[in-house]
Design a protein around this ligand. Structure first.
Ligand code: PMP
Length: 449
């Protein structure tokens, strides 16, 4: 295939052609094998080529693939909403199906604003977020995100939403350590609310564990409890963006379940269909639905493909598969093992500054000096070097960023399918060790390390 009209991420680069996938493995058209150590973009959580799912797709396709949500509901959509109600915490009972994580967070934004309109508080329109975050690529979702590279071209079009610093203990923005810090990072939310005025703020949105822009940054205990308490006291909704962390990825149904906190709205995607079809959802609590149901009775959002029977049948089958194989519980156990193995590498290779995560969402941050945690300079692009060398050696890892403003760091995410076996984790870590060893040697020769 010489000429191509497919717009790929980097137009000058050659990409292998994916031919076949089974379990944690992908194969290209030349027959090369790759361990999918990142489940693509932290998506393929039940692994590739699961025949039960293919069977459900075929059966649903033979019945009906598409109906328009303004004309029909469907059994798979109804059943999936019921199942998600059982998976979700507290009173987060309602599902608004969409097709991507960006649509899920964008819908969350709209629902939050509508909620306050229905309550007679139309000035509450700003969404507070954290600068270290990624909530999606559409303009509303990007306005809530601090991802500099993805924002750069569109800044004039973005809403000027306020942000606060992240709960990033490895490089505490407040130069403090836990627990002496008394959670300054959570208290900053309250200071921001005083500055902006609670009457202008609809919601605070956060990824319970920071993904693409932090590489599995886990907040200190007590952080979300404090965030919830501050949000409640100032009448601000709390939106959990669980697009990457939800549906068992982190060893609980939702990552926020690690803390005793119930969000008002939850965005999910990725693992919901495990990559078998595009599917995402904005989950909404009874508290938020109540004034809408007794008010205008219509959520002003939606897409042509929202709640299509084909995708929701797949989502339902994925959740049933996860329950049958107890994949949420396994994610916690296997994640502990993976983090332990990666921590062993950290002891051997000083370019690894930090290993973190929960369940099978793990992050590795690279530094040029483990004592002062100085990142490598940007032109070295260690993240890219690690991703490329891993791919050469048949391992897929996900490029992330880390560090704080003015001190951008390198990091990758390791997040294999939850179905991975212990010996497969060993194989993954062994390839990763070769990659790290070679990169560290090269950086040493080039005088960067
Ligand atoms: N939120 C989070 C936390 C994400 O990780 C992502 C995707 N990386 C998104 C939203 C956007 O999802 P999508 O790419 O499906 O639009």
């Amino acid at each position: 295939m010489n000429k191509s009209f497919l717009v790929k991420p980097f137009l000058d680069e050659d990409y292998p052609i994916a031919e076949y996938g089974k379990g944690i493995y992908l194969y290209d058209s030349e027959g090369k094998e790759y361990i999918d150590g990142s489940s693509g973009a932290v998506t393929a959580s039940i692994g590739h080529g699961v025949l039960e799912i293919a069977e459900v797709m075929k059966k649903q396709g033979e019945k009906v693939s598409f109906v328009y949500r303004s004309q029909f509901t469907s059994t798979p959509a109804e059943k999936l909403a019921w199942k998600l109600k059982d998976w979700a915490p507290g009173d987060v009972n309602w599902s608004f199906f969409v097709n991507s994580g960006s649509e899920a967070t964008e819908t969350a934004l709209k629902v939050a604003i509508q909620y306050w309109q229905e309550k007679g508080r139309p000035t509450k329109t700003k969404i507070l977020s954290r600068w270290m975050s990624y909530h999606g690529i559409t303009l509303g979702a990007l306005s809530m995100s601090g991802h500099e590279v993805r924002r750069a071209r569109f800044v004039p079009l973005l809403e000027d939403f306020p942000t606060i610093d992240p709960p990033y203990c490895y490089r505490c923005p407040f130069d403090q350590s836990y627990p002496e810090c008394q959670l300054k990072c959570a208290n900053e939310l309250e200071r921001a609310i005083y500055r902006i005025g609670a009457d202008n703020i609809a919601a605070f949105i956060a990824e319970p564990i920071i993904g693409a822009s932090g590489a599995a940054v886990v907040p200190p205990d007590g952080y979300y409890e404090k965030i919830r308490e501050i949000c409640d006291r100032h009448e601000i909704l709390f939106i959990a963006d669980e697009v990457m962390t939800g549906i068992g990825r982190c060893g609980k149904p939702f990552a926020i379940d690690y803390w005793s906190v119930v969000p008002d709205i939850i965005a999910i995607g990725k693992g919901l269909s495990a990559g078998y079809t595009p599917l995402a959802a904005t989950m909404i609590s009874e508290k938020v639905m109540e004034p809408i149901r007794s008010g205008s009775k219509l959520i002003m959002s939606g897409h042509t493909y929202s709640a299509n029977p084909q995708s929701t049948a797949v989502g339902l089958a994925v959740l049933e598969y996860m329950e049958k194989h107890m994949l949420v519980e396994q994610s916690e156990k296997k994640g502990n093992y993976l983090i332990n193995q990666l921590t062993q590498l950290q002891k051997k290779y000083p370019i690894i500054g930090d290993v973190r995560g929960k369940g099978l969402l793990t992050g590795v941050e690279f530094v040029s000096n483990i004592f002062n945690k100085l990142p490598f300079s940007e032109e070295v692009n260690v993240t890219n070097a690690v991703v490329k060398k891993s791919m050469e050696k048949g391992l897929l890892v996900y490029p992330a960023s880390a560090g704080l403003e003015g001190m951008r760091g390198d990091a990758i995410i390791v997040a294999p399918p939850l179905t991975i076996k212990k010996e497969e984790i060993d194989k993954l870590v062994s390839i990763f060790e070769n990659v790290i060893k070679e990169i560290q040697d090269e950086l040493q020769i080039q005088g960067y390390f």
